[in-house]
Design a protein around this ligand. Structure first.
Ligand code: NAD
Length: 421
């Protein structure tokens, strides 16, 4: 398995350090910095699951609320063996800034279970999900906390959570989760939303930098929900996808990998990008160092770190994953002139369409796909322009500008609401 060999980095330390970096620029006092550096609610559950062989296993899960000053909290649920308290804390903090950057009336949350979902049968996964949903049912709800899919979870996971929560309440509550199948109150366009948002971001970023997206050479790390859709849509838009990867390693072809749908079909059949594709097999580390126009990390956090940032040759990085670049790597990339569009802007398409889904559920009135896409593009474009204007005014990076925008909006809400009591 060719995964990145990042020096141990703690995502929550990184998230806090990104916040501190902007604190001086916007004049945050020590008390406000302390408020924002901590998560308001951290819920840990250890729960039993009956396995297919009759044994009982205890799993650990988390649901963390970082900040709810701008509205109910929102964020995904991750199933992975790497899930930890600090990872979930970091992801929930990033959700707070992301929702604020794109102007959604939400605070930030995240959750996860320490499990390799691929090692469980479908029945075991359903029992695990339903029991976890029951455990966290005391803190989730359409007005409080609305989970969504993330790594290792999907529409089926959300359907089980929605059904479990509805059974506990005695009536259907579709708005308790987003990313559900359309048949039970999901939104058209939600599955593609994060990848589509990455496409819209790439279009804006290329125009911003005087680059052409058509013909741009692109490498994508991570070929899951986000990476595969981004690759397909960028390919459709005329970019040349030269490399793709998953946990099994990467494939590379200098003049383009060709039919993305065929690679996706083969991946679905084998569970990973298979051997035998026309591209040569390289490692994930080699993918990150390819001489491309656009690098899209779409796997997990901490992938571009101080140990490999110097090797990056891409002109532009569009962060589809959450937290793929550590603060130390950021400094190296900036010094080298690599243009980085940060996660809290670039991958916000998912939460934007989750917001549309929640609004549709609350109104029991559903939109057509073109309305979802048009509204998504409008919000992504507006957020990009607002971040760009701050970058130009403050002479700072896109990440700093996005943090200035997101954190300032949260601070403003805290100040106007006041500290209770
Ligand atoms: P996913 O589970 O569908 O796919 C993850 C992909 O990354 C898989 O192809 C996996 O093989 C690959 N991967 C995992 N570890 C890797 C490694 N070390 N090297 C290379 N590839 C690796 O997950 P997803 O929903 O596509 O999420 C990907 C990222 O995007 C995460 O950071 C997630 O938090 C972020 N994100 C997701 C959404 C969403 O709507 N799903 C929204 C915003 C951000």
């Amino acid at each position: 398995m060719a995964t990145s060999t990042a020096p141990a980095s703690n995502a929550f330390d990184d998230a806090r350090s990104q916040l501190r970096a902007v604190a001086g620029r916007i004049g945050l006092d020590a008390g406000m910095l302390d408020v924002l550096s901590n998560c308001i609610r951290e819920f840990t559950v250890n729960f039993p699951v009956l396995m297919d062989d009759g044994s009982v296993r205890v799993f650990t899960g988390y649901r963390i609320h970082h900040n709810e000053v701008r509205g109910p909290v929102k964020g995904g649920l991750r199933y992975s063996l790497n899930v930890s308290l600090d990872e979930v804390r970091a992801l929930s903090m990033w959700m707070t800034w992301k929702c604020a950057v794109v102007g959604l009336p939400y605070g930030g949350a995240k959750g996860g279970v320490v499990v390799d979902p691929r090692a469980l049968s479908k029945g075991e996964l359903e029992r695990l999900t339903r029991r976890f949903a029951t455990e966290i049912s005391v803190i989730i709800g359409p007005d409080e906390d609305i989970p969504a899919p993330d790594m290792g979870t999907d529409g089926q996971t959300m359907a089980w959570i929605m059904d479990t929560y509805s059974m506990l309440r005695g009536h259907s509550v579709p708005a308790v989760v987003t990313g559900k199948p359309v048949s039970i109150g999901g939104s058209v366009g939600r599955v593609e939303a994060t990848g589509r948002g990455v496409l819209f971001t790439a279009m804006k970023a290329c125009a911003d930098r005087g680059m052409s997206l058509k013909g741009a050479r692109v490498a994508v790390q991570g070929f899951g929900n986000v990476g595969s859709v981004a690759a397909k849509l960028l390919d459709d838009a005329g970019a040349i996808i030269v490399a793709l990867s998953d946990t099994n390693g990467a494939i590379y072809k200098e003049d383009g990998l060709g039919d993305i749908d065929a690679i996706l079909a083969a991946q679905r059949q084998h569970g990973f990008i298979p051997e035998g594709h026309p591209g040569v097999h390289i490692t994930n580390q080699e993918l990150l160092a390819l001489d491309v126009d656009i690098l899209i990390p779409a796997a997990l956090e901490g992938q571009i770190h101080r140990g490999n940032a110097g090797a990056v040759r891409a002109k532009m990085i569009i962060e589809a994953a959450n937290g793929p670049t550590t603060p130390e790597a950021d400094a190296v990339l900036n010094a080298a002139g690599v243009f980085v569009v940060p996660d809290i802007l670039a991958n916000a398409g998912g939460v934007v369409v989750s917001y549309f889904e929640w609004v549709q559920d609350l109104q029991s009135f559903f939109w057509e796909e073109h309305e979802v896409e048009t509204r998504l593009q409008r919000i992504m474009d507006r957020a990009y322009d607002e971040v760009k204007a701050i970058r130009e005014r403050e002479q700072c990076t896109m990440r700093e500008a996005a943090y200035i925008l997101g954190v300032s909006r949260v601070v403003e809400a805290i100040k106007v609401r006041g500290i209770f009591p």
